[in-house]
Design a binder for this molecule. Structure first.
Ligand code: SF4
Ligand code: SF4
Length: 300
């Protein structure tokens, strides 16, 4: 079983549309939406939820007003300015509380208790392409990296029980803790790059991160015709870093049309040139033997 993670250095590169397209080609595959902070793969895969699980989030402190004598000790100790004096009553703003539990220890009246937040949920679902594991996080919730590890663990469990050939992870943008959790232990990374200066800057940081894990990378330049100069710089950077460029996909509104219909581009426009390119990309990342690069016809 091979685990493939699709990543981008920044948001808005079209990563999820590409993941959904590959999902509709991949056979015997478990899908996992690792972008738990802004999950959107479900918009195309339309999961039918079969299991629902609460994921305990960070600790959040709360003051019991009846036990509190308003001494202010917690207020002076909180390093995160989460405790406020409102109408002569100390109170904790749960969105500012970092769950360090110091206030609980220093309160002389035992008036503070901390509980794990229960605002995060993860799911196992059926989709028309196969099983999917995904999650939703409550507003202001933290520990998203641990939640990614949890849903990836579940995806592996399902893949093992069902003898799946692949796990396809829709990773988060950027290089934060969710990206690190998505990269750890995966077999291969597909980079989706947008040819803008910020896209180039962010992909360099992501490549440096993935390299520390010694995981093989392939790349796609999406919307390759929106800035041909930067596209050339990205191609050069990939070449210098021995990263295979599998395809340059020009900007195409068909992606948007397919998304509006709630379909992958493979379903919406199966005979389009882009769909052919995506089939080629899947055949390459699922075997990783071929050194060819697929170039769509562009105006470059
Ligand atoms: S330390 Fe305890 S008693 Fe003092 S203000 Fe805070 S909650 Fe109230
Ligand atoms: S748990 Fe920590 S961050 Fe939260 S209110 Fe208490 S001292 Fe402040």
């Amino acid at each position: 079983m091979k685990e493939i993670t699709i990543l981008s250095g920044k948001g808005g590169t079209g990563k999820t549309s590409i993941t959904a397209a590959l999902a509709s080609i991949a056979k015997n595959t478990v899908f996992c939406d690792n972008d738990v902070d802004a999950a959107d793969l479900h918009l195309i895969l339309h999961p039918e939820i079969k299991e629902k699980h609460i994921y305990e989030g960070a600790w959040v402190a709360e003051i019991n007003e009846e036990q509190c004598n308003n001494c202010g000790i917690c207020f002076t100790h909180c390093r995160f300015d989460a405790i406020h004096d409102i109408n002569s009553q100390y109170t904790i703003n749960p969105l500012q509380c970092e769950g360090c539990r110091l206030c609980e220890r220093v309160c002389p009246s035992n008036a503070i208790i901390s509980e794990r937040s229960l605002n995060n949920t993860w799911y196992v679902s059926d989709t028309r392409f196969g099983k999917m594991v995904h999650a939703t996080m409550g507003p202001g919730e933290e520990n998203s990296g641990k939640l990614v590890s949890e849903i990836r663990r579940k995806a592996r469990e399902i893949a093992s029980k069902t003898n799946a050939d692949f796990i396809l992870n829709d990773g988060p943008p950027g290089i934060g803790c969710t990206a690190i959790s998505s990269i750890t232990g995966t077999n291969s990374v597909l980079l989706v790059i947008e040819p803008t200066l910020s896209g180039l800057h962010d992909i360099k940081r992501l490549i440096e991160l993935v390299r520390t894990f010694k995981i093989p990378m392939n790349a796609i330049i999406n919307k390759s015709d929106i800035n041909t100069e930067v596209t050339k710089k990205i191609e050069e950077y990939l070449k210098n870093n021995v990263i295979r460029l599998l395809a340059k996909i020009p900007f195409n509104e068909t992606f948007v049309d397919a998304m509006i219909k709630g379909q992958s581009i493979i379903e919406y426009a199966p005979d389009s040139e882009i769909s052919q390119a995506l089939k080629y990309i899947w055949s390459e990342i699922s075997k990783e033997e071929n050194e060819k690069t697929f170039h769509l016809v562009t105006n470059e």
